[in-house]
Design a binder for this molecule. Sequence first.
Ligand code: GLN
Length: 242
Amino acid sequence: MRKLNIYHIYPDLLNLYGDRGNILCLKQRIERRGIETEVFEVKMGEKFDSDNADIIFIGGGQDFEQDVLLKDLKGDKEKALINAIESEKVLLAICGGYQMLGKYYKTHDGIQMDFVGALDFYTIGEKERMIGNYAFKTDEGTEIVGFENHSGKTYLGNNVKPLGTVIKGFGNNGEDKTEGAIYKNSFCTYSHGPVLPKNSEFADLLIKKALKNKYDDDEIISINDEFETKAHKSVINMYINS
Ligand code: GLN
């Protein structure tokens, strides 16, 4: 039987606006396909065995939590994260977790946190926050809805692609219409909410990529998504028609 191991990094500190719901959603959608799954939590001071991970999740957190984690992150966890990202493990990071994978984050009051640098981007904080329900579209045409609340403006370098183009809201910086970042099988977004239950197509994309990476077999049976799809479509229609 196929099995996917989900690793939740800093589950107690990085968990804003129901980000933990992404773990529940992945677990449900994997198990409903008859695939086994196990969730491992990696807290501060604990070892992250990235070789055993198939899907890695990092939620959002405020500047304060990011600063609290910095020392712990810069030890073995940073190396394990880079190793996982480079070996094409599937990773989903939200907002503060997203920012932590980039080169640095300079807060609006001038404190610079040098982060993992696994992905080619940096973030500059502004006093004015970017807050609200928003939506964006991936290059493949998948529309994703969510909620953003950040002061950080993220600017992408040449070695990453944006996850999508903003339909409504701010996205990475409120300037260039980009939202999130993709590098190998790492997906970063500002979307809280949590993002996956509202966007089942995106959830299944991550599951399929993890199966492909581990088993070279990404077949999954389709499951009844009627309610999720209706909720998703009603939000998209509201934005597109507003
Ligand atoms: N501290 C970051 C910012 O305000 C991230 C916030 C979040 O994760 N919602 O930009």
